[in-house]
Design a protein around this ligand. Structure first.
Ligand SMILES: NC(=O)c1ccc[n+]([C@@H]2O[C@H](COP(=O)([O-])OP(=O)(O)OC[C@H]3O[C@@H](n4cnc5c(N)ncnc54)[C@H](OP(=O)(O)O)[C@@H]3O)[C@@H](O)[C@H]2O)c1
Length: 273
């Protein structure tokens, strides 16, 4: 595999999670990892990790620093301006990895040129504890070696899957990109119900969090399908069944989830136009 020299542009929540994973797994040494981050407090935090951090893209010399990959981790609203700045320092040796939600390959190529190799990536926040799931879609110009580098980088923060069509990014964004928020919403409401029915908040929080952790672990390692695991807990005429019947009355649980995912997919499609 090619030696990796990586420039990360924008190092907030997601950028930091990825950098931490890369360093922890020793995938890239500190001296081959560079960051552009305008937030002063964040810059100091990153410099304390022994990293070289620039305030502005114009300060970076990609050739001199032997950088061959640029990871874009800025908010979508500023992506256009960041790409214009990047264009000024680009060399044809560089390939682009973008985690920017909703920005299609064509968006990058329009600014950086059609020959640029762009890999679109959708991670999620459990990446900050090495438990992320990341979907990758490489453009047709992507060399296998660059795809391998990208897989390696993101395997440092969890599991990696490869998409065959870029259009699948919208549903992936709605399911695994945004998914942690839905899980946290369920956790919040289960805690609230536990409190409503008499538990103190501290105990309710432990019960609910551990139930989610244990159940997710079981679902992830078990050979049994989720519905089989659910049936294992649900004795006929029992306590669990009483609750499941309420969730499933008139297919309400499925309908609300489907409606929510539909809204998320539509939003993702709209944002990427
Ligand atoms: N969070 C998620 O769950 C998730 C999942 C998948 C993909 N993503 C994508 O990941 C990207 C980053 O999300 P995030 O949650 O990490 O956002 P974030 O915490 O706001 O991080 C973005 C960072 O970029 C910095 N920045 C602003 N202008 C810049 C510039 N001109 N050059 C370089 N850096 C600049 C920001 O600094 P300031 O604070 O000073 O503005 C901030 O530190 C987004 O495009 C998002 O769509 C996020």
């Amino acid at each position: 595999m090619n030696k990796i020299g990586l420039l990360v542009i924008g190092c907030g929540n997601m950028g930091t999670a990825i950098i931490d994973g890369i360093l922890k797994r020793n995938i890239i040494k500190n001296k081959s990892l560079f960051i552009v981050e305008p937030n002063k407090a964040q810059r100091i935090f990153l410099e304390r990790k022994g990293l070289t951090v620039f305030n502005d893209i114009s300060e970076v010399n990609l050739y001199k620093l032997k950088i061959n990959a640029v990871l874009l981790a800025v908010k979508p609203q500023i992506a256009y301006n960041v790409l214009l700045d990047l264009k000024n320092i680009m060399t044809d040796k560089i390939f682009i990895i973008s985690i920017i939600a909703g920005k299609k390959i064509s968006f990058f190529k329009k600014i950086l040129g059609n020959k640029t190799s762009v890999i679109r990536v959708m991670p999620n926040t459990p990446a900050c504890y090495g438990k992320g799931i990341t979907a990758i879609y490489p453009c047709k110009k992507t060399k296998n070696a660059n795809l391998d580098i990208t897989k390696l980088l993101f395997s440092s923060v969890g599991i990696v899957i490869i998409l065959k069509q870029e259009s699948k990014m919208d549903i992936v964004t709605a399911i695994s990109g945004s998914g942690p928020a839905y899980v946290f919403l369920f956790i919040e409401h289960l805690i609230q119900s536990a409190v409503d029915f008499g538990l103190d908040k501290k105990m309710a929080t432990v019960l609910v969090k551990e139930t989610f952790l244990g159940s997710s672990y079981l679902a992830s390692i078990s050979d049994k399908a989720p519905e089989v695991l659910r049936n294992d807990v649900t004795s006929p005429g029992g306590v669990t069944e009483a609750a499941i019947k309420v969730f499933n009355k008139n297919n309400a649980f499925h309908k609300i989830i489907n409606n929510a995912i539909n809204a998320a997919v539509k939003k993702s499609v709209k944002l990427s136009q």
